[in-house]
Every structure is written in structure tokens, then in C-alpha cells.
Ligand binder design. Structure first.
Ligand SMILES: [Ca+2]
Ligand SMILES: [Ca+2]
Ligand SMILES: [Ca+2]
Ligand SMILES: [Ca+2]
Length: 497
């Protein structure tokens, strides 16, 4: 999260928008605003990043955002409120600075991953009926063609054709744009209000998980071929022109399957044409059930998903002291991910993140009254489990400095540089007496040292990073079930490694 990593240039702190925080979104004393970090800061600290054993940098979304959403009284420092998909957010720097960062990473043999969004844009479209309206289902008010015929969009998703729509008659709510914002989005096709679902806010369940707006964020009509083609073009440009090495894909489970079935293979083929043989995409499917998360790498043809089930299992083991046999059961379910071209070894594993919160925070909360030594020991154990298990370990910045915090989201987005945010200044960091009042780029921190050691060990001995429970230790019920995937899995693993 570039805004929270290192401030390489104070000149861009206000994003060129002037001194008013409610316009620029910059306020280093508020956790919901831009705090000043940028791409120049990441480049300055690339030795620190690489010293951790890092082989790839995953940037949270970095495109130009709507700086402030007045209704939320917070800013787009996190990057998830995009208005311009062709430009780096001016608070974070310029497209040239991104190129410089990518080139510097490549020169060191490191890769750079973009965090991309296809589900929504910033909240720019409102409804004539009012802002932030409740969800209206398709059975209550179906979509209508411009000619007034009711239709189900799912009959067209994935076919490459779609009926003509009319903003005033096709949707349950009438989308409206403020005159000053009607050309705000880039590329220009994003300013067509008929390319959004226009059904009101999601409750994150059932049909509305696909069609609803996240707190007003404009939910794209991802069943529509113009949206599919437009998103492919946007992200291919970043691969072709900037050399981005892969994508973390946001909110994957809120976009229809047909979208991924087109987007994934097509973008991957394009990347390979550009010479990126190892191009890699992994989706965010915020769910701890393998039977659910695995469908995106099998039926939906994506390469990988973030391993939320592993995060849950790792916390249960290292932080909550649950029985080790639960881990055995957990790994025994890995076959859910096995198909002809992908398997569990590709999944990025992690212990906490910018949404759910940090592993240091979980350990402190799960073990009330424990001392710092125990908490650091549990944190080391969690990292050992992650590095020695199958998958690609991901470190959330700040975990290597023992960052904690009382929860997720804004409470888990502390700056590595000295902070003025009161809610961060009272955090109790693991493994150190340091606080957030100072910079925390301490390569001598015990967790920085531990992670570096684990990265070096698994690099020298790759077999250390592929552990899984053997067939012999599987629970009987599972072992007695014929597993047609077993032979395939073994060969796929060999190929992957
Ligand atoms: Ca800055
Ligand atoms: Ca959606
Ligand atoms: Ca909206
Ligand atoms: Ca697959």
C-alpha cells in the first residue's frame, strides 16, 4: 500500500489538489486519508524490500482515484475508488515513476504485481431516486431493452452480444451524473451509465453480491461485452507498455463467471505474446471454504486465488493453539484445486491483510495476557508454517516490524514511516519498544530477521517450501475415497516446481 510505505516526495502529497484535506484527501493525522507515501518512496526503499527475501512486489490499486468521497468522509488512499484506469494516482506519483519502479525491480530479478479491479469504479453515478438506495432484485424489476422488452442479462453473458439499453427506461433506478463529472472517468466508455448494473447497494449475499453497488461504488455491467472488452484493453496496456508481471484481482466473487472465463485466458495469452511466460494472476475470493474458492481456478479458468482457507488454518494453529490434526485435515483437502493446468501449489498464502487485519493483531487478540516473547514466538511459528507449506508466501508490509492494531481495514494500514495518526500511535508493536511515532524500517527487528531467514532457506532448499501431509496421514474417510486426481496432482506438482 504505497500511501503507507514510504514518502519519497512531499511535493505530491496533496496530489496537486491544494491544501484543503476535504479536496486533496491528504491528511497525515487521519487514518482514512492519504498519509503521503508514494512510488518514489517504494523505489527509495527497494533494498529494504529485497532484503526481506522479496521476489515480487504487489502494489495495492494505484490508479487515479476520486480523492474524497464526501459521504464517507474519507479518501481514496487505498486505491479502490478509481476514476482513471490509465493514470497513476497523482498522490502516488506518475506513470514514469511506475515505469522506473518496475524497471528497478526487474533489474534486481523482482517482479511487480498490480492489484486490479473490474467490478466497480469510484462512486460517480447517483440515482434520480436518491443516493445509496436499497437493492432491487431482477425478479422484482427485470432489465428492459431500449425497446421496452424484459430480458435476463444472463442469456447474453459470454455470448459477445447484448441488447441495446436506455438509461431512462432499462434499469430499476435511473442513473444520473453530476454535470461536472459526466466525463470524469477514463477511458471514456466508462462514462456510459448503461454499462453499470444500477440496482442499488449490495448486501453481499445472493444475487445482489453480483449486481449491487459496494456502498455506492458504481458496479459495472460485467455481463456486457463492451465492459469485458474494455477491461481487457485497460489491463493489457499496463502489461504491454509498463511490463507489469501479474495481477491480484480484487472482488473476484462479485463478478459473473462468464467474465472471468473470457478475461483470464485472453489476458494470459496476451501477456505470453509480450514474452511474459510466467505472467500470473490470482483472485481475491474472500472465503475460507476450499469447495467455493477452488471453482475459480477450475471451472472459471483463473490461475490462482488468494488462499483465504490457509490464513484461517494458520491462525487457528499458530495463534489459537488448535489441535495439529486440524492442519492435517486442512491440507488433506488440497485436491479441490487440482485440475489439468493448476493446483494448490500456485496459491498465494498469507497470514493477514489490509482488509481483515494483521497476524500480529490476531495473535495479541487471541492470547490475552501473553507477553511479548510469546507473541513473537507465535508470530514466528505462523511464518514458519507459511514458508514451509505449499503455496507462494505473501508478507503484508509492516508484519516484519511486528505491527498490530485493533482490527482490519483502516486499523491495519499503519505507515512504515513516522505517523501522526492518534489511533496508530497507541499501537503496541511486537518484538520492539518502537512505536509509530518513528520510522520503522528496522532490518534488525526479530520478525524481519525471521522472514529473511525463511525466504533464504526456502530459496536454497525449494523442497522446504512444498510440504504437505502425505496420503498416509490423511483421515481415513478421505483416504478411502477414490481420488481420480491423485496421479494428476503428483504430475502437476512436478511440472509446477
Ligand atoms: Ca508523497
Ligand atoms: Ca459486481
Ligand atoms: Ca454510485
Ligand atoms: Ca485450472
Amino acid at each position: 500500500m504505497a500511501d503507507r510505505f514510504s514518502n519519497g516526495s512531499t511535493a505530491n502529497d496533496q496530489g496537486g489538489l491544494g491544501p484543503d484535506p476535504m479536496v486533496s484527501g491528504f491528511d497525515p493525522a487521519r487514518k482514512g486519508f492519504y498519509n503521503g507515501g508514494d512510488l518514489a518512496g517504494l523505489l527509495n526503499k527497494i533494498d529494504y524490500i529485497q532484503g526481506l527475501g522479496t521476489t515480487s512486489i504487489w502494489l495495492t490499486p494505484s490508479f487515479k482515484n476520486k480523492a474524497v468521497q464526501p459521504e464517507d468522509k474519507s479518501a481514496g488512499y487505498h486505491g479502490y475508488w478509481i476514476t482513471d484506469f490509465t493514470q497513476i494516482d497523482p498522490h502516488l506519483g506518475t506513470n514514469d515513476e511506475l515505469k522506473a519502479l518496475i524497471d528497478a525491480a526487474h533489474a534486481r530479478g523482482m517482479k511487480v504485481y498490480f492489484d486490479i479491479i473490474t467490478n466497480h469504479t469510484a462512486d460517480v453515478i447517483g440515482y434520480e431516486e436518491g443516493a445509496r438506495k436499497g437493492y432491487v432484485s431482477k425478479d422484482a424489476v427485470p432489465y428492459k431493452t431500449a425497446d421496452g422488452q424484459e430480458f435476463d442479462d444472463r442469456d447474453y453473458a459470454g455470448t459477445g452480444s447484448f441488447p441495446e439499453l436506455d438509461a431512462t427506461t432499462s434499469f430499476p433506478y435511473k442513473p444520473v451524473l453530476d454535470e461536472s463529472e459526466k466525463d470524469l472517468k477514463v477511458p471514456a466508455w466508462l462514462n456510459d451509465p448503461t454499462l453499470y448494473h444500477n440496482r442499488g447497494d449490495t448486501t453481499f449475499a445472493g444475487e445482489d453480491a453480483y449486481y449491487g453497488d459496494f456502498f455506492g461504488l458504481d458496479d459495472l455491467f460485467t455481463e456486457h461485452p463492451t465492459v469485458v472488452e474494455g477491461m481487457k484493453d485497460i489491463y493489457k496496456t499496463w502489461i504491454g507498455d509498463f511490463g507489469v508481471d501479474g495481477f491480484r484481482i480484487d472482488t473476484m466473487k462479485h463478478v459473473n463467471n462468464e467474465f472471468w472465463q473470457e478475461f483470464g485466458p485472453d489476458v494470459l495469452a496476451y501477456a505470453k505474446e509480450q514474452g511474459k511466460e510466467e505472467f500470473f494472476m490470482f483472485g481475491e475470493v474472500f472465503d475460507a471454504t476450499k469447495s467455493f474458492t477452488s471453482q475459480f481456478t477450475t471451472r472459471n479458468q483463473m490461475q490462482a486465488v488468494l488462499d483465504f482457507p490457509f490464513q484461517d488454518a494458520a491462525r487457528n494453529f499458530a495463534s489459537k493453539s488448535q489441535d495439529t490434526r486440524n492442519l492435517a485435515t486442512f491440507f488433506a483437502g488440497d485436491d479441490w484445486y487440482t485440475d489439468a493446468d493448476s493446483n494448490v501449489y500456485q496459491l498465494p498464502t498469507f497470514l493477514g491483510n489490509h482488509d481483515m487485519g494483521r497476524i500480529g493483531s490476531f495473535i495479541a487478540a487471541d492470547n490475552p495476557g501473553s507477553d511479548d516473547a510469546e507473541q513473537v514466538a507465535r508470530d514466528r511459528l505462523a511464518h514458519e508454517l507459511m514458508y514451509f507449506s505449499r503455496g507462494n508466501p505473501v508478507i503484508y508490509y509492516g508484519d516484519e516490524q511486528g505491527f498490530t492494531g485493533p482490527g482490519g481495514d483502516q486499523d491495519a494500514r499503519q505507515t512504515l514511516f513516522a505517523s501522526k495518526v492518534p489511533e496508530y500511535l497507541d499501537d503496541d508493536l511486537l518484538g520492539t519498544d518502537a512505536t509509530h511515532a518513528q520510522d520503522n524500517f528496522n532490518t534488525g527487528h526479530p520478525l524481519y530477521a525471521k522472514i529473511s531467514e525463511l525466504a533464504a532457506l526456502t530459496k536454497e532448499h525449494p523442497a522446504c517450501g512444498t510440504a504437505r501431509t502425505s496420503t498416509a496421514t490423511r483421515p481415513r474417510a478421505r483416504a478411502s475415497t477414490p481420488s481420480p486426481g491423485r496421479t494428476l496432482r503428483t504430475s502437476a506438482n512436478t511440472l509446477w516446481r
